[in-house]
Design a protein around this ligand. Structure first.
Ligand code: ADP
Ligand code: MG
Length: 382
């Protein structure tokens, strides 16, 4: 936060009345690729945050600077913010939020922003949603819109879908905006309901490790769009609105109606993944985190074999963590790189870390970064 404040005053020394906001990255505990199928997800916010310091200006211009992109001040006239000319620069995540406000009839004006983040970029921990949600809360506040965090999440998703051009579901933004400390967010996308479920692995003698493989394979975005298209195609073939409409008990009957083996695998992942989310929620309610390991690992196997979004680095991290004593481990986020989440007894933490590092070294893979995460607060004014 101090970094964002310093950056703001260095870059915009004439500004007055600056305010600070922040929003966290997130880990998805389970429920992967289900959000855009109207399904179930179970993310939690992590204690890495994107901070933004802002003040209105009288120039009808947006000016933004980021500590993660030194020496790049990005400027655009408010009336020229247009998805047609958005481009792929990082500033699109910021300008897109202002566009989403304006496009939904919410007046915005000139604003200066300075950003600084501890969420690793491109690690599957959703630095993009953290940035959008921090900016969304800031814009909502300084222009007097007073939106709920839920509304901010939806505008942030709109920015990423229609301005940045990434067809993501609503999970990341909902998690970053609305998660509560000490809880996972049980978000039923189809029913549009959110429930906070207490999640306190430490009290069960467990830690959640996030293993950032530092791999980011270039096919990630294109493959994400392809998975989405396959799911839509399968739903259309089955004459249903979304794969959410297939119950676990109805899975075999649905599969029997699909000729294409690839579509059958995609459908099987989504339907079994929704079931695993339900089971993990039941276990957290009745038995605690100690019970959820097998479903986490089953999720990884399904993502690897049926949904085919894993990669060597993710598989190596999962296998090494399990061999070293993790109760469960899975890739988290869209896949093709990014991070693994592992549930680990305190007594095995050091062993898991060292064996994961050794497994990467043995294959000459870039050393992963391993962090312990705890469920943190969503977007807030600081
Ligand atoms: P992630 O899994 O981290 O969300 P994405 O590819 O979805 O990965 O989003 C990462 C992009 O978001 C970066 O390439 C950059 O354009 C933008 N971004 C995120 N955080 C920052 C930041 N602190 N400063 C500038 N740009 C950022
Ligand atoms: Mg992202």
């Amino acid at each position: 936060m101090t970094e964002a404040i310093d950056l703001f005053h260095r870059t915009f020394p004439e500004a007055i009345g600056a305010q600070a906001f922040s929003a966290p990255g997130r880990v998805n505990l389970i429920g992967e690729h289900t959000d855009y199928n109207n399904g179930l997800v179970l993310p939690f916010a992590i204690d890495a945050r994107t901070h933004v310091v802002v003040a209105r200006n009288e120039l009808r211009t947006v000016r933004v600077v980021s500590a993660q992109r030194p020496d790049e001040i990005r400027t655009i006239a408010v009336d020229r913010i247009d998805p047609e000319t958005a481009g792929s620069d990082w500033s699109a995540y910021v300008f897109g939020v202002l566009w989403a406000f304006a496009d939904s009839g919410r007046e915005v004006g000139g604003i200066d922003l300075a950003i600084s983040s501890t969420v690793p970029v491109g690690a599957g921990l959703s630095s993009s949603a953290a940035l959008e949600c921090a900016v969304g809360l800031a814009v909502s506040t300084v222009f007097g819109h007073d939106l709920s965090l839920d509304q901010i999440a939806r505008l942030a998703q709109r920015a990423e879908n229609d301005y940045v051009g990434m067809p993501c579901g609503l999970m990341d933004q909902m998690a970053s905006a609305t998660c509560e400390q000490g809880n996972v967010l049980f978000f039923d996308v189809g029913a549009d309901t959110c429930e906070n479920i207490p999640f306190d692995p430490e009290s069960d003698g467990l830690s959640v490790l996030v293993i950032d493989t530092r791999a980011h394979h270039s096919l990630a975005d294109g493959e994400y769009a392809k998975r989405r298209a396959s799911c839509e195609q399968a739903a259309a073939t089955l004459g249903i609105e979304s794969l959410r409409d297939i119950t676990f008990d109805g899975l075999d009957a649905a599969l029997a109606r699909l000729d294409d083996a690839l579509l059958r695998r995609r459908v099987r992942h989504i339907v079994t993944e929704n079931r695993r989310v339900e089971r993990v929620v039941e276990q957290l309610r009745h038995a605690g985190a100690i019970a959820i390991g097998p479903d986490l690992t089953a999720s990884h196997v399904s993502l690897r074999d049926d949904f085919e979004v894993s990669c060597l680095e993710l598989d190596v991290a999962v296998d090494a963590a399990l061999t070293a004593g993790a109760l469960g481990a899975r890739m988290t986020g869209g896949g093709f790189g990014g991070s693994v989440v592992a549930l680990v007894p305190h007594s095995a933490k050091d062993r898991v870390s060292s064996q994961v590092l050794a497994a990467f070294a043995a294959r000459s893979l870039t050393a992963p970064v391993i962090r312990t995460v705890t469920p943190a607060q969503g977007a807030r004014r600081d």
